[in-house]
Design a protein around this ligand. Structure first.
Ligand SMILES: [Zn+2]
Ligand SMILES: [Zn+2]
Length: 348
Protein backbone atom coordinates (compact mmCIF):
# COMPACT_ATOMS: atom_id res chain seq x y z
CA UNK A 1 0.00 0.00 0.00
CA UNK A 2 1.48 3.30 -1.05
CA UNK A 3 1.02 5.88 1.62
CA UNK A 4 0.47 9.61 1.35
CA UNK A 5 2.83 11.12 3.93
CA UNK A 6 1.69 14.37 5.56
CA UNK A 7 4.06 16.35 7.75
CA UNK A 8 2.83 19.10 10.04
CA UNK A 9 5.81 21.24 11.05
CA UNK A 10 4.70 23.51 13.87
CA UNK A 11 6.40 26.52 15.45
CA UNK A 12 6.21 26.16 19.24
CA UNK A 13 8.38 29.14 20.14
CA UNK A 14 7.45 31.43 23.01
CA UNK A 15 5.62 33.83 20.74
CA UNK A 16 3.04 31.12 19.98
CA UNK A 17 2.46 30.24 23.62
CA UNK A 18 -1.02 30.69 25.01
CA UNK A 19 -4.27 31.12 23.08
CA UNK A 20 -2.61 30.83 19.67
CA UNK A 21 -1.13 27.48 20.56
CA UNK A 22 -4.49 26.28 21.83
CA UNK A 23 -6.02 27.26 18.49
CA UNK A 24 -3.30 25.41 16.59
CA UNK A 25 -3.91 22.32 18.70
CA UNK A 26 -7.63 22.62 18.01
CA UNK A 27 -6.88 23.04 14.32
CA UNK A 28 -4.77 19.91 14.20
CA UNK A 29 -7.58 17.94 15.82
CA UNK A 30 -9.85 19.34 13.11
CA UNK A 31 -7.52 17.97 10.43
CA UNK A 32 -7.42 14.51 11.91
CA UNK A 33 -11.14 14.18 12.62
CA UNK A 34 -11.94 15.56 9.16
CA UNK A 35 -9.68 13.09 7.40
CA UNK A 36 -10.93 10.17 9.42
CA UNK A 37 -14.36 10.57 7.86
CA UNK A 38 -12.84 10.09 4.41
CA UNK A 39 -12.32 6.38 3.61
CA UNK A 40 -9.69 7.11 0.97
CA UNK A 41 -7.69 9.35 3.27
CA UNK A 42 -8.04 6.84 6.08
CA UNK A 43 -6.48 4.25 3.84
CA UNK A 44 -3.53 6.22 2.51
CA UNK A 45 -2.71 9.18 4.75
CA UNK A 46 0.08 8.84 7.28
CA UNK A 47 0.83 11.80 9.51
CA UNK A 48 3.83 13.09 11.39
CA UNK A 49 4.18 16.13 13.63
CA UNK A 50 7.47 17.97 14.04
CA UNK A 51 7.69 20.87 16.48
CA UNK A 52 10.42 23.46 16.53
CA UNK A 53 11.68 26.38 18.56
CA UNK A 54 15.43 26.88 19.02
CA UNK A 55 15.64 23.14 18.40
CA UNK A 56 13.32 20.73 16.64
CA UNK A 57 11.76 17.51 17.87
CA UNK A 58 9.64 14.78 16.33
CA UNK A 59 6.47 14.95 18.41
CA UNK A 60 4.58 12.26 16.49
CA UNK A 61 6.55 9.87 14.34
CA UNK A 62 4.94 8.94 11.01
CA UNK A 63 1.86 6.87 11.74
CA UNK A 64 -1.29 5.89 9.89
CA UNK A 65 -4.26 8.13 10.46
CA UNK A 66 -6.25 5.56 12.41
CA UNK A 67 -3.52 5.37 15.04
CA UNK A 68 -2.69 9.06 15.16
CA UNK A 69 -2.82 10.61 18.59
CA UNK A 70 -1.94 14.24 19.25
CA UNK A 71 -0.06 14.94 22.48
CA UNK A 72 -0.08 18.46 23.91
CA UNK A 73 2.31 20.84 22.18
CA UNK A 74 5.44 21.92 24.08
CA UNK A 75 6.91 25.43 24.15
CA UNK A 76 10.55 26.32 23.55
CA UNK A 77 12.75 29.39 23.14
CA UNK A 78 13.93 30.67 19.77
CA UNK A 79 12.71 30.02 16.23
CA UNK A 80 15.06 27.94 14.10
CA UNK A 81 13.70 27.18 10.66
CA UNK A 82 17.00 25.51 9.95
CA UNK A 83 16.55 23.03 12.80
CA UNK A 84 12.97 22.34 11.69
CA UNK A 85 14.06 21.52 8.14
CA UNK A 86 16.96 19.36 9.25
CA UNK A 87 14.58 17.23 11.30
CA UNK A 88 11.99 17.19 8.52
CA UNK A 89 14.52 15.93 5.95
CA UNK A 90 15.66 13.25 8.38
CA UNK A 91 12.07 12.07 8.85
CA UNK A 92 11.45 12.05 5.11
CA UNK A 93 14.57 9.92 4.61
CA UNK A 94 13.47 7.51 7.32
CA UNK A 95 9.77 7.15 6.62
CA UNK A 96 9.05 7.97 2.98
CA UNK A 97 9.64 4.98 0.73
CA UNK A 98 11.65 5.77 -2.37
CA UNK A 99 10.89 3.75 -5.47
CA UNK A 100 13.16 0.89 -6.47
CA UNK A 101 12.99 -2.12 -8.75
CA UNK A 102 11.31 -4.14 -6.02
CA UNK A 103 9.20 -1.50 -4.31
CA UNK A 104 6.89 1.28 -5.38
CA UNK A 105 7.51 4.67 -3.93
CA UNK A 106 5.16 6.46 -1.58
CA UNK A 107 3.13 9.37 -2.87
CA UNK A 108 4.71 12.78 -2.84
CA UNK A 109 4.82 14.02 0.77
CA UNK A 110 2.78 17.06 1.75
CA UNK A 111 4.38 19.44 4.23
CA UNK A 112 2.54 22.20 6.07
CA UNK A 113 5.00 24.52 7.80
CA UNK A 114 3.17 26.68 10.31
CA UNK A 115 4.98 29.58 11.94
CA UNK A 116 4.19 32.98 13.39
CA UNK A 117 7.78 33.85 14.02
CA UNK A 118 10.72 35.73 12.85
CA UNK A 119 13.55 33.18 12.64
CA UNK A 120 16.11 33.83 15.35
CA UNK A 121 19.01 32.03 13.74
CA UNK A 122 20.89 33.07 10.66
CA UNK A 123 21.92 29.61 9.51
CA UNK A 124 20.41 28.61 6.20
CA UNK A 125 22.35 25.46 5.23
CA UNK A 126 19.26 23.26 5.72
CA UNK A 127 17.22 25.63 3.54
CA UNK A 128 19.82 25.28 0.79
CA UNK A 129 19.81 21.51 1.14
CA UNK A 130 16.00 21.45 1.01
CA UNK A 131 16.00 23.44 -2.21
CA UNK A 132 18.64 21.30 -3.84
CA UNK A 133 17.45 17.83 -2.83
CA UNK A 134 13.89 17.81 -1.47
CA UNK A 135 11.88 20.70 -2.88
CA UNK A 136 10.97 18.93 -6.11
CA UNK A 137 9.97 15.75 -4.30
CA UNK A 138 7.57 17.25 -1.80
CA UNK A 139 4.78 19.76 -1.71
CA UNK A 140 5.50 22.38 0.91
CA UNK A 141 3.01 25.01 1.96
CA UNK A 142 4.29 27.71 4.28
CA UNK A 143 1.73 29.23 6.58
CA UNK A 144 2.42 32.53 8.26
CA UNK A 145 0.12 33.18 11.19
CA UNK A 146 -0.53 36.78 12.01
CA UNK A 147 1.60 37.90 9.07
CA UNK A 148 4.61 38.50 11.30
CA UNK A 149 6.74 35.69 9.91
CA UNK A 150 9.80 36.38 7.82
CA UNK A 151 8.43 35.89 4.32
CA UNK A 152 11.73 36.23 2.50
CA UNK A 153 13.04 33.14 4.25
CA UNK A 154 9.79 31.22 3.81
CA UNK A 155 9.89 32.19 0.15
CA UNK A 156 13.15 30.32 -0.24
CA UNK A 157 11.29 27.17 0.73
CA UNK A 158 8.23 27.49 -1.44
CA UNK A 159 6.73 29.98 -3.83
CA UNK A 160 3.45 29.75 -2.05
CA UNK A 161 2.89 31.25 1.32
CA UNK A 162 -0.47 31.47 2.97
CA UNK A 163 -0.79 34.39 5.31
CA UNK A 164 -3.40 34.28 8.02
CA UNK A 165 -3.64 37.97 8.66
CA UNK A 166 -5.47 37.57 11.89
CA UNK A 167 -4.82 34.73 14.24
CA UNK A 168 -8.36 34.40 15.53
CA UNK A 169 -9.49 30.94 16.44
CA UNK A 170 -12.21 31.10 13.83
CA UNK A 171 -9.76 31.86 11.00
CA UNK A 172 -7.39 29.16 12.17
CA UNK A 173 -10.05 26.49 12.42
CA UNK A 174 -11.32 27.30 8.92
CA UNK A 175 -7.79 27.19 7.63
CA UNK A 176 -7.09 23.82 9.21
CA UNK A 177 -10.29 22.56 7.60
CA UNK A 178 -8.83 23.71 4.30
CA UNK A 179 -5.65 21.74 4.97
CA UNK A 180 -7.79 18.73 5.77
CA UNK A 181 -9.69 19.12 2.50
CA UNK A 182 -6.47 19.58 0.52
CA UNK A 183 -5.10 16.34 1.90
CA UNK A 184 -8.40 14.63 1.26
CA UNK A 185 -8.47 15.78 -2.36
CA UNK A 186 -4.90 14.67 -2.81
CA UNK A 187 -5.51 11.21 -1.36
CA UNK A 188 -8.51 10.69 -3.64
CA UNK A 189 -6.59 11.90 -6.66
CA UNK A 190 -3.71 9.55 -6.11
CA UNK A 191 -6.11 6.67 -5.56
CA UNK A 192 -7.68 7.39 -8.93
CA UNK A 193 -4.28 7.77 -10.57
CA UNK A 194 -5.03 11.35 -11.43
CA UNK A 195 -2.12 13.68 -11.71
CA UNK A 196 -2.77 15.83 -8.69
CA UNK A 197 0.32 17.74 -8.06
CA UNK A 198 0.02 19.08 -4.61
CA UNK A 199 -2.09 21.88 -3.37
CA UNK A 200 -3.64 24.67 -5.35
CA UNK A 201 -3.38 27.66 -3.10
CA UNK A 202 -5.40 29.87 -5.36
CA UNK A 203 -8.51 27.82 -4.75
CA UNK A 204 -10.95 27.74 -1.92
CA UNK A 205 -8.85 29.37 0.73
CA UNK A 206 -11.10 30.42 3.60
CA UNK A 207 -11.70 34.10 4.20
CA UNK A 208 -9.09 35.61 6.44
CA UNK A 209 -6.39 33.62 4.65
CA UNK A 210 -4.48 35.18 1.79
CA UNK A 211 -2.16 33.50 -0.63
CA UNK A 212 0.90 35.66 -0.96
CA UNK A 213 2.04 36.00 -4.53
CA UNK A 214 5.52 37.12 -5.56
CA UNK A 215 7.09 40.42 -4.53
CA UNK A 216 8.80 40.49 -1.27
CA UNK A 217 8.39 42.25 1.97
CA UNK A 218 11.91 41.59 3.09
CA UNK A 219 12.20 40.69 6.67
CA UNK A 220 15.75 40.30 7.85
CA UNK A 221 16.55 37.44 10.21
CA UNK A 222 17.20 38.94 13.59
CA UNK A 223 18.33 37.49 16.84
CA UNK A 224 15.38 38.81 18.79
CA UNK A 225 11.74 38.90 17.77
CA UNK A 226 11.07 42.61 18.30
CA UNK A 227 7.27 42.41 18.43
CA UNK A 228 7.49 40.81 21.82
CA UNK A 229 9.48 40.98 25.00
CA UNK A 230 9.48 37.55 26.55
CA UNK A 231 11.03 36.53 29.84
CA UNK A 232 11.46 33.09 31.29
CA UNK A 233 11.85 32.75 35.03
CA UNK A 234 11.66 30.05 37.67
CA UNK A 235 9.46 30.00 40.72
CA UNK A 236 11.54 30.30 43.86
CA UNK A 237 9.20 27.98 45.72
CA UNK A 238 8.53 25.20 43.17
CA UNK A 239 11.52 25.80 40.83
CA UNK A 240 9.16 25.32 37.88
CA UNK A 241 9.67 27.71 34.96
CA UNK A 242 7.17 30.27 33.73
CA UNK A 243 6.94 32.71 30.89
CA UNK A 244 6.00 36.38 30.89
CA UNK A 245 4.91 37.87 27.62
CA UNK A 246 4.86 41.60 26.83
CA UNK A 247 3.71 42.94 23.46
CA UNK A 248 5.10 46.05 21.81
CA UNK A 249 2.85 49.07 21.71
CA UNK A 250 3.66 51.45 18.89
CA UNK A 251 7.05 52.02 17.28
CA UNK A 252 10.13 49.85 17.48
CA UNK A 253 13.53 50.99 18.71
CA UNK A 254 15.19 51.84 22.00
CA UNK A 255 12.16 53.62 23.36
CA UNK A 256 9.65 50.95 22.39
CA UNK A 257 7.11 50.23 25.10
CA UNK A 258 5.79 46.81 25.95
CA UNK A 259 2.59 45.96 27.81
CA UNK A 260 2.09 42.82 29.86
CA UNK A 261 -0.16 40.38 28.00
CA UNK A 262 0.25 37.07 29.70
CA UNK A 263 2.01 34.94 32.25
CA UNK A 264 2.10 31.25 31.57
CA UNK A 265 3.33 28.33 33.68
CA UNK A 266 5.81 26.10 31.85
CA UNK A 267 7.24 22.66 32.52
CA UNK A 268 10.87 21.60 32.31
CA UNK A 269 10.46 20.27 28.77
CA UNK A 270 10.64 23.92 27.73
CA UNK A 271 14.42 23.69 28.02
CA UNK A 272 14.64 20.70 25.68
CA UNK A 273 13.53 22.88 22.79
CA UNK A 274 15.79 25.83 23.54
CA UNK A 275 18.94 26.48 21.61
CA UNK A 276 21.58 26.73 24.31
CA UNK A 277 23.99 28.38 21.88
CA UNK A 278 21.70 31.27 21.15
CA UNK A 279 22.90 34.43 22.77
CA UNK A 280 20.56 35.91 25.31
CA UNK A 281 22.38 39.18 25.48
CA UNK A 282 19.54 41.41 24.35
CA UNK A 283 18.46 43.72 27.13
CA UNK A 284 15.35 45.63 27.92
CA UNK A 285 14.78 48.19 30.64
CA UNK A 286 11.98 47.90 33.17
CA UNK A 287 11.10 51.48 32.26
CA UNK A 288 9.92 50.13 28.89
CA UNK A 289 7.57 47.63 30.47
CA UNK A 290 4.01 48.29 31.52
CA UNK A 291 2.31 45.96 33.95
CA UNK A 292 3.92 43.86 36.60
CA UNK A 293 3.36 40.11 36.49
CA UNK A 294 2.80 37.73 39.36
CA UNK A 295 4.18 34.21 39.54
CA UNK A 296 1.73 31.71 37.97
CA UNK A 297 3.06 28.89 40.15
CA UNK A 298 3.07 30.22 43.71
CA UNK A 299 0.92 33.31 43.27
CA UNK A 300 3.34 35.87 44.66
CA UNK A 301 3.01 39.16 42.87
CA UNK A 302 6.74 39.79 42.42
CA UNK A 303 7.66 37.53 39.54
CA UNK A 304 10.50 39.52 38.02
CA UNK A 305 13.72 39.77 39.97
CA UNK A 306 17.10 39.04 38.48
CA UNK A 307 19.81 37.05 40.22
CA UNK A 308 23.52 37.81 39.78
CA UNK A 309 23.52 34.76 37.46
CA UNK A 310 21.29 36.94 35.24
CA UNK A 311 18.34 34.57 35.44
CA UNK A 312 14.98 35.64 36.76
CA UNK A 313 12.77 34.25 39.49
CA UNK A 314 9.92 35.20 41.77
CA UNK A 315 10.26 36.35 45.39
CA UNK A 316 7.85 36.62 48.32
CA UNK A 317 8.89 40.18 49.06
CA UNK A 318 12.04 42.04 50.14
CA UNK A 319 14.60 39.99 52.04
CA UNK A 320 16.76 36.93 51.49
CA UNK A 321 15.90 34.62 48.61
CA UNK A 322 17.59 31.64 47.00
CA UNK A 323 17.88 31.59 43.22
CA UNK A 324 16.23 28.43 41.83
CA UNK A 325 18.64 28.50 38.87
CA UNK A 326 22.07 28.73 40.53
CA UNK A 327 21.30 28.17 44.21
CA UNK A 328 22.97 31.36 45.44
CA UNK A 329 21.28 33.50 48.08
CA UNK A 330 20.77 37.19 47.75
CA UNK A 331 19.17 39.96 49.74
CA UNK A 332 16.51 41.77 47.75
CA UNK A 333 15.59 45.31 48.67
CA UNK A 334 12.69 47.30 47.31
CA UNK A 335 13.65 49.25 44.21
CA UNK A 336 13.83 53.00 44.52
CA UNK A 337 11.02 54.92 42.97
CA UNK A 338 11.74 55.83 39.37
CA UNK A 339 14.75 53.56 39.07
CA UNK A 340 14.99 51.01 36.29
CA UNK A 341 16.78 47.72 35.76
CA UNK A 342 17.81 46.06 32.53
CA UNK A 343 16.51 42.52 32.09
CA UNK A 344 17.76 39.91 29.66
CA UNK A 345 14.97 39.05 27.29
CA UNK A 346 14.09 35.76 25.65
CA UNK A 347 14.50 35.10 21.96
CA UNK A 348 10.83 34.80 21.04
ZN1 LIG B 1 6.67 31.55 42.36
ZN1 LIG C 1 21.04 32.68 40.13
Amino acid sequence: MRKLPVFLVIDVSESVAGPLQQSITQGMKTIVSGLRTDPQALESVHMSVIVFAGKAQVLVSMVELANFYLPSLPIGGGTSLNAALTTLMGEIDTHVVKGSSTQRSDWKPMVFLITDGVPTDSRTDAIDKWQAQYASKATLVSVSIGGGADHSLLRKLSDDIVVLANASEDTLVKFFQWISQSVSIQSNAVANRKPADGVDLSKNLPSGAVSLAKSDDDGVPQSVDDRLAIFVARCQRTEAPYLMRFERQGPTGDNARYALRQTLPLTDDYFELCDEHASGSAKISTSQLEGFPGCPHCGTHIAMVECTCRKMHCIDGPGMATCPWCGSSQNFVAAEKGSSIDFSRGLG
